[in-house]
Each structure stands twice: as C-alpha cells, then as structure tokens.
Write a protein that binds this ligand. Structure first.
Ligand code: GLU
Length: 618
C-alpha cells in the first residue's frame, strides 16, 4: 500500500522504519519516505519517488534518533514525485505527518490556512491534500494548544477516511497516530521499552504480538513504554492491549467475528487501494499507466459489453450505467454463462469487459474464449487475482487491490470491481473526447469520496442488526430498486440467499406490479432502496403500492429524509451520494443486513452451505 509505520524506543529508528515499510511493500506504492527526530531536535526527512530501494540508495547516512514515522504512498492528489512523497512537514517545520487516505475538504482547508501562510511569507511545499494536516496542527500549537489537542482538532476538521502518524520536532519523546473512518487500520505494538505503529499487523509481528487496534476517532500518544488513547468522546484511557493469536486464521481475521464482517469493514481501504495511483486529479487522468490496452483501441470501440456471474454480474450491470452515463458509449451487460451460448453480433469495435473476482470463474472464462474464437473482440478483465487464468486470456487487466477475500460471499471485491469499472468508463469517455478535463476531474473527485461513503454506510451496522432481529425469521424478502439501484436490489437478494438462506428476490421497482405484487401481504417484508435521485418519486409510488398491500416496508434512504421516513415502517439512513455513486453508499448496508440476518439465524457465515469461493465447475 500506502502504508504507515512508526517507532519510538531505544534503537535507531531509521532501519526499523525501513524494514517495516519493506513488509508493507506487497500492497504496491509509488513513493516512500521516513522522518526521524533526534533528542537534540535534529530532524531528518528522507523521501523518494519510486521503490524502497530508491529511497535506500538516497540515504548516504542513516539519521540518528530513536523516534520516527514512515510511509509508502499511492498518489491521489499530486503526481508521484519526491516533493509529493510523504512525510510532509508544516511550513514552520515543527510538525511532520504521514497519511493514508484522502482529505476530501482539502481545498477549503488550504484556502483557510492560506492567510497564515501569506502572513508568515511561507508557501505550500507539495500538491498533496496531506499537507493541510501538519499545517492545521502547527497553527493550533502556535495558539498554545498541546500536541494531542492540536491533533484532535485537526482530525476533527478532516472530511474523509484517514489514518495518520505524526511527530513533533521539539518533542522526540513521543510519536502520535490517529484514525478517522476506515482508511485502514492503525495497530500499535508493545515492545520492551519500545513501541511500534503499523497500518497492517504483519509489519509488527516480527517485533511483538502484544497490540492495540485504534478505533475510529482515536488519537494515540505513544512514548517508549506507554500508550494513551484519547477517544472520540474525549475520554483519555490507557488501553488494554491484546495478545495476537499466532494461529494464521486468527491473525487474518483480526478482531472480527467473521471474515465476512472483516471484509465488509475493509471495503473503504480496498476501494482506496484500487483507486489510488489511478484516479489523479491534477492533471486529471484515470488509469494512467496500468491499463495495457492502447488509447487507439479504446478510441476505435463503439460499444461495451460487460459480463460476469453472481455478484460480478451485478457489478457488470452497474458498469453498464457508468459506460452509458460517464463514457457516453452504447453498453450492455450479460450473464457470462448464458452469453457463451449466444450468437450476438460483436466485432472488433466492441470492447468486452469481463468481471471475475477470482479470475478463474469457469463460465466467464468460457465466455471470454467464445469472444476470442468467434469475433476476436478486444477484452479487458477486472479481477482481484494477478496472474489468474482470466488475466492470461484477456488483452488487458485491471487488478483490483482488495487483498485476499476469504468470506465465500463476495463483499470487498464487489466494490473493488465497481471502482475499476468506474475508472474504465472515465478512461473511455476521456479518450473518446466525450469527457472534458473538467468533467473528468469532477467524476474522479466524486469517485474519491467513495471510500468515505462506504465507510459511513458501515457505521449503520447496529441499525441493520436491529432490523435483522425484527425480521430475522421472515421466510421471504422482496428487494426493490430503480435505475442504478436495481442491480443493488439484486445483490441484496443474492446476499440474503447466499448467507442467510432466506428466499429473496431483487426486482426493478417498476416490474413489481407485473407479478411479484401478488405475493405481498403482512408477512412479506419489502426492502426499498430509495436514496434521493432522478427516480425517487417513482420509487415512492412503488412503496405506496406495497404499503397498500400491508407488507412491511424497510426503506434505505438518505439520512434525515423525512418524507421517506413518514412513508415507511422502518428506515435505515445512508449518506447522501451523487446520483451515480449510490452503489457505494448502499452496498455496506445491504451486506450488513444479510450478515445480521444470518447471525440472528445462527448460520455459518464464512462457509455457507453448498457454495464455493471460486466457481470452477459449470
Ligand atoms: N492522499 C494522499 C496523497 O495523495 C495519501 C495517499 C495514500 O494514502 O498513500 O499523497
């Protein structure tokens, strides 16, 4: 990734930070850097674009000092370069920060801080969103606040999901870490007279198995032998560390009860990782260097066909919307197992996009072969597994970077494939001249809010559990959606079938009156996906028709939507999203509903009966 490490203790920090970063290399990155502070206030910030070996080669003398932080970056704001690599210092040079994530309101914060910079005759040192963080902290320190209070203030000002680590130049006896939302975890490791920070547990395991995971909103103040955490409610605690079980399954599952729950929580990070380095705002570009299909080919296509199976088919259906609305190109989707036996008219000007989480799905591979043998149309695969069979068959691959998915029911690879489809639509629209620079950056800016939309959806877990308690014994559900929410209705129903073993149907709301309405009565709950958007009024008409049959309605809609709340029996609020981005705000809620229904029914969530993770049989 995009990783964070930190160290404070009795050893030289530099080599420990570099070695920690090495252990995070597997997640991919475009630059790296470390900052080390010494007892006499000496500060060394060493950073380089490229691989860790480029950073190592640039270090002629290892900095002295037993406290520091390190980072591997995947650029979102500002191109990969030495100057944009982390760590970033405040303009006064007193606060040094590394960050994973996106400061969504960085423009607003930059404008606010500009005045201070102008008065002091200082300028911004990078093009990143990150730099506002040390600047905010530094301004608060100058007003006499403690570092911890300044950091808490700064974190409170940031929109978006972020994980950060920081050092204060004049206080080498402490390092700091904080987390807002689920930009990935921060784990603190306890050693003998030394403490560690890492964004991923494996980076700590060579040093210690005694750890504490920061929660959303936590601010950690770390000395060589102590950890204090200020919670989001301002309570200051000395947390109880936990002992990591070295059983590889327990390590992998972390503090979660099931892999599925863990993977639902990992979605903001899976999304950021899939987007990072591919969606760049300035200058705006999508998929800049890793789509091995030429712009010439993309320019020559006049149609896109997206294929997949199961959850990937639902992603393909959403992909069609984005191809039409973002790229402005005719698009279709198909179920790979059906498509492979059809004889549609394709030609070299149709781009086939195959979505397969494992890259080994037999039906999708069969459909890809059918395309190649029969029409020779260009093919792109979207998959989570590099080197899988689908990547060998396709002309080009977009690898989602979700990390291994253990739960049989796909969760994080669903949002990963959505991000890849959205980026591809942006790329096609740009190459074909239908998206201007400004339109492209608006689209990408919206995509960069997707991790925090998912994150805020995840916060609705308790509400989903309440609804699951209430309806956990229902024998059937009808899930309704319209427009881009229709595939999500189908995905919600699929999740209910897969892990809760409840019969559920996902329908386009307009289709309900053509049949399914005959099923409805007071024992047949209906889940209505109804965020505000162009088809909202049509959705509320469908809801009224459901209520008239006395079927209980559970609506998932924009937080605080009083009109909808008044109309339905039960309501789950999600963050309002731009119309084409509702798949990101709705997905975690539909997953959590199915998860909690399965939990209420006492089922084996990670290994549901009759299902396989990779479907290699026809
Ligand atoms: N948004 C930050 C940047 O562009 C951090 C990216 C990351 O998480 O690596 O530098």
């Amino acid at each position: 990734m995009c990783g964070i490490v930190g160290y404070i203790g009795h050893q030289a920090a530099g080599p420990i930070l570099l070695e920690g970063l090495q252990r995070l290399e597997y997640r991919g990155y475009d630059s790296s850097g470390i900052a080390v502070v010494d007892r006499d206030g000496a500060l060394a910030v060493l950073k380089r674009q490229g691989k860790l070996r480029d950073l190592q080669a640039a270090i002629t003398e290892m900095p002295a000092g037993a406290a520091g932080i390190g980072h591997t970056r995947w650029a979102t704001h500002g191109e990969p370069s030495d100057r944009n690599a982390h760590p970033h210092a405040s303009s006064a040079g007193d606060v040094i920060v590394v960050q994973n994530g996106i400061v969504e309101n960085y423009r607003e914060l930059k404008a606010e801080l500009q005045e201070t910079l102008d008065t002091e005759g200082r300028t911004w040192q990078s093009d990143t969103d990150t730099e506002v963080i040390p600047e905010l902290i530094s301004r608060e320190l100058a007003m006499g606040r403690s570092f911890e209070a300044a950091l808490a203030y700064a974190i409170g000002r940031l929109n978006g999901a972020n994980a950060i680590a920081a050092v204060h130049r004049t206080d080498p006896g402490r390092i700091y870490a904080a987390r807002t939302g689920s930009a990935g975890g921060i784990v603190i490791g306890y050693g003998e007279g030394e403490m560690f920070i890492a964004s991923d547990l494996p980076a700590l395991l060579p040093h210690t198995t005694t750890v504490y995971h920061l929660d959303d909103g936590d601010i950690a103040t770390i000395t060589a032998d102590d950890l204090r955490v200020r919670r989001s409610d301002h309570a200051s605690i000395r947390p109880e560390p936990r002992q990591v079980d070295l059983d590889p399954v327990a390590i992998a599952r972390g503090p979660y009860r099931h892999f599925m729950l863990k993977e639902i929580h990992e979605q903001p990070r899976a999304l950021s990782d899939t987007i990072r380095g591919r969606a760049r705002l300035d200058p705006a570009s999508a998929l800049p260097d890793d789509l091995s299909i030429s712009d010439e080919t993309l320019r020559s296509i006049d149609r896109v066909l997206v294929i997949g199976m199961g959850t990937s088919l639902h992603a393909a259906m959403i992909g069609r919307w984005w191809m039409e609305q973002i790229a402005g190109i005719p698009a279709d989707f198909d179920n790979a197992s059906e498509f492979r036996f059809r004889a549609p008219l394709l030609g070299p000007s149709t781009l086939v996009v195959a979505v397969t989480q494992s890259g080994e799905t037999i039906d999708t591979l069969g459909a890809m072969k059918h395309v190649r043998d029969r029409w020779g149309a260009p093919q792109v695969v979207i998959t989570n597994v590099e080197g899988s069979e689908a990547t060998r068959q396709a002309d080009a691959s977009i690898i989602m970077r979700c990390g291994p998915e253990v739960g049989v029911a796909s969760t994080k690879t669903f949002v990963g494939s959505l991000a890849a489809l959205y980026l591809l639509a942006c790329r096609i629209g740009r190459v074909q001249g239908r998206l201007s620079d400004d339109d492209l950056s608006t689209r990408l800016e919206q995509l960069l809010t997707a991790p925090s939309l998912v994150d805020r959806g995840i916060q609705r877990g308790e509400r989903c559990a309440e609804i699951a308690q209430r309806f956990g014994s229902a024998a059937n559900f009808l899930v309704l959606g319209r427009g881009i929410e229709h595939p999500l209705a189908m995905e919600a129903a699929l999740k209910c079938k897969e892990i809760s073993y409840v019969h559920a149907e996902g329908y386009a709301a307009g289709e309900m009156k053509h049949g399914p309405i005959a099923l409805l009565d007071q024992d047949f709950p209906v889940i209505a996906l109804a965020p505000r958007g162009p088809l909202f009024d049509k959705m509320t008409s469908a809801i009224q028709q459901v209520s008239a049959r006395r079927a209980p309605v559970i609506a998932i809609g924009d937080e605080g939507d009083e009109e909808l709340i008044d109309l339905v029996d039960h309501f789950i609020g999600i963050p309002p999203a731009p119309p084409l981005l509702t798949p990101f705000s709705l997905t975690p809620v539909i997953q959590l509903l199915a998860y909690h229904i399965a939990l209420a029914r006492g089922l084996d969530i990670d290994q549901p009966r009759n299902l396989a993770k990779t479907v290699t049989v026809e």
